[in-house]
Design a protein around this ligand. Structure first.
Ligand code: ADP
Ligand code: MG
Length: 524
């Protein structure tokens, strides 16, 4: 009975296209009109809603991302008003999050840009199917009222009809009783799970349809108020376990069925999200590969430079020895050593950047860490005639930190400050402050009066392998600092003026999980 409806194509003839790109708009209008649809177009969400008022389209095709009112917002407003309209969203590269959001708002479908004829016609067919079913159901309800006399017969038919609705729904529908026995298992459910209807109803229990423990968690969620309940669960993302043991991501809505005030069954409706997730993962993967490729190219470049330095050094050693020129051999040998240093610095930095998350957290006194780092660089400060001013607040609370990473963090920032002075700079000065912002953060300031940064450089400093120091830098220092501070739940502020100096402020949270040493806090 569905086919007949689609042959004469009686529903879904009025389509509104909303897209900010004129070419897409016009192309869709032409194609759809050629297929006999009545089409109106709008260039943005506001205009779209206006046209909706008098045109009353049955289907809307809307771009998801638009200036002004975007597709998701148009959808939200229409659904909020309870409008009877099927909305198909058009998504571009990298907009999977929005697409999922749209599906959660009950968009009828989504299609990707560039729009293929096939995807468009499938989406339209599905939308029309939904419209048709809704219309028939309405008509049916109306006639039903007029036919109370034949109530028994009608109920029978209605049962048939509802049965058909359930069976042919594109979404999966499963109902189970309180004991977990399956009562309804439609075609959509078979498609996702791989069980036949008979298998499911005779031998499956609802707990086997989800990962271990998940059925119980879902049940709990249905009872709680958080997810549209109690008694309801709306658009919850979870996993289905298929007959052959695969995990399939699904979007689940569920509701409890009562009879005479007693709970008798649970009905779940779900959509298969695997296609959409796959696209999303592919996208992330592609972006990752691009980033790795770029990083490898840059590492290779850095290593190549170091190798040149070593080769040149070795060449000078050879030549010096041949000519019994010890001076030359020594210069060559120094060059080799310098490059050994460079490559070991690079590999250490790469290791600490690649190191997995924080491993160990313990009570740490931040001021002690800073003192230790200052001690470590004191020789270098003296040699480079830099005055170090420390201003560390007494009685900072002890914090739970990963000592080694915080040490690396401070060392990197102070090293950068030391390296920030131009050759001819006089009165070189680095200041280190710590202060407590009560109940919130401890702040570490590292301030230098060095060369500062241009806005250009400032934007890129956290990018791994970005350096302005050529052979002398690895470009990993601040990438490491950024990662560590984030892992500790903190953040960084930077102020820099070209040729004047730079301030790095690191804020580390005090509070949850962080202890203060008893009696150690100043009360002023
Ligand atoms: P590296 O020190 O190996 O170059 P970093 O990641 O530590 O790598 O720093 C990246 C870049 O940020 C540096 O090359 C430099 O241009 C800039 N930078 C960092 N700290 C300072 C600072 N205190 N003053 C000026 N520029 C800085
Ligand atoms: Mg550095």
């Amino acid at each position: 009975m569905f086919d007949e409806a689609f042959e004469n194509d009686s529903v879904g003839r009025r389509i509104l296209v909303i897209d900010d790109e004129e070419s897409t708009r016009e192309l869709l209008k032409l194609t759809l009109e050629a297929d006999g649809y009545e089409v109106r177009v709008a260039e943005d969400g506001y205009r779209g809603l206006e046209i909706f008022e008098d045109f009353k389209p049955e289907i809307i095709l809307t771009d998801i991302k638009m200036p002004g009112l975007d597709g998701v917002e148009v959808l939200r407003r229409l659904k909020d008003r309870g409008e009877d309209v099927e909305v198909i969203v058009i998504t571009g590269h990298g907009e999977m999050k929005l697409a999922i959001e749209a599906l959660q708002l009950e968009a009828s479908d989504f299609i990707n840009k560039p729009i293929s004829d096939l995807a468009l016609s499938v989406a339209l067919k599905r939308a029309k199917e939904k419209i048709w079913m809704r219309k028939k159901l309405n008509e049916y309800m109306v006639t039903l009222e007029g036919k109370l006399k034949d109530a028994v017969d009608e109920i029978h038919k209605r049962h048939d009809f509802e049965h058909k609705l359930i069976e042919t729904s594109i979404d999966g529908i499963i109902a189970n009783d309180r004991k977990g026995n399956i009562l309804i298992f439609n075609e959509g459910a078979s498609r996702i799970y791989g069980y036949s209807k008979e298998e499911a109803i005779n031998s499956l229990r609802v707990t086997e349809l989800y990962p271990e423990g998940e059925a119980r968690r879902i049940k709990k969620k249905i009872y709680s108020e958080e997810y549209g309940g109690p008694g309801r669960l709306v658009n919850y993302e979870t996993m289905a376990v298929t007959k052959d043991g695969r995990l399939v991501p699904i979007l689940l809505s569920a509701t409890l069925i009562y009879e005479d005030g007693k709970e008798v069954a649970t009905v779940g409706y779900f959509k298969d999200l695997s296609e959409i997730k796959k696209l999303q993962e592919e996208l992330v993967q592609r972006e990752k590969m691009a980033a790795i490729g770029q990083a490898m190219a840059e590492v290779a470049h850095g290593v190549k430079n170091i190798l040149y330095g070593m080769k040149l050094g070795a060449y000078m050693v050879d030549k010096g020895m041949d000519a019994h020129n010890l001076e030359k051999a020594k210069r060559g040998w120094n060059l080799v050593k310098k490059n050994i240093d460079r490559i070991s610095r690079l590999s250490l930095d790469m290791l600490s950047y690649a190191r997995e998350k924080i491993t160990e957290r313990k009570n740490v006194c931040l001021n002690d860490v800073i003192e230790e780092v200052c001690e470590l660089v004191s020789e270098r400060l003296k040699k480079e005639k830099i005055t170090l001013v420390k201003n560390l607040q007494d009685g900072l609370p002890e914090m739970i930190l990963d000592l080694e990473s915080i040490h690396a963090c401070i060392l990197n920032l102070i090293t950068n400050a030391i390296e920030a002075f131009p050759e001819q700079k006089e009165r070189r000065r680095i200041e280190v402050y710590t202060k407590l912002i009560p109940n919130s953060h401890v702040c570490v300031d590292i301030i230098d009066n060095g060369r500062g940064m241009s806005e250009e450089v400032r934007k890129k400093i956290f990018t791994p392998l970005f350096t302005t120091k050529g052979a002398h830098g690895t470009g990993l220092g601040l990438a490491i600092v950024d990662k560590i501070v984030k892992e500790h739940g903190g953040y960084i502020e930077i102020e820099s003026q070209f040729n004047k100096g730079t301030r790095f402020s690191v804020y580390l949270p005090v509070g949850e999980g962080f202890h203060s040493a008893p009696g150690d806090l100043k009360t002023d």
